[in-house]
Design a binder for this molecule. Sequence first.
Ligand SMILES: [Zn+2]
Ligand SMILES: [Zn+2]
Length: 179
Amino acid sequence: MKVGVASLGLVPVHLEAVESPSEVGIEADAATFAAPVHIAVKLTRMQEDVLAQGTARTVARMQCSRCLEDVDLSLHGRFDALYMPKTREPEANRRRDRDDQRINYYSEFTIDLSADIAESLVLELPLRPLCSPTCAGLCPSCGANRNTERCSCPAVKPDDPFAALRDLVPPDDSGPSEG
Ligand SMILES: [Zn+2]
Ligand SMILES: [Zn+2]
């Protein structure tokens, strides 16, 4: 999303836009983006600087970490960034030491919000996406999707920390009996 600085006056401006994921440049290793990106931003101009505060939302397609099915997740990002003219970068670098505000630079009187929008959304991606909080996952023995099919494998207690180990060791009928 690009905005001409000259179009911004003394009064904060509210803008809304819908852009494609490729226009915003949103990318992530574990997700694909096909849905439009909805952007709402408040732009406050302070002489040459522009403060951009806004929200972005879209839908990411990821793989459920338990059952490996595709899952569409709504993302709601939030960004807050200051844009300064590129010519003032050295001054801003000195200031950055005592200021947490994120600073971007613009040239040719145009600010480009795309990177901040994309980052705000990528930060919302879950590390372990789930198709549902109650996803039953795959059967560790036969790989059946236990959300949709029943297999005849023996049940494994989900809270048993040794369950995974037991799956790796074949049952030994000749050992001492535990009763
Ligand atoms: Zn799942
Ligand atoms: Zn099974």
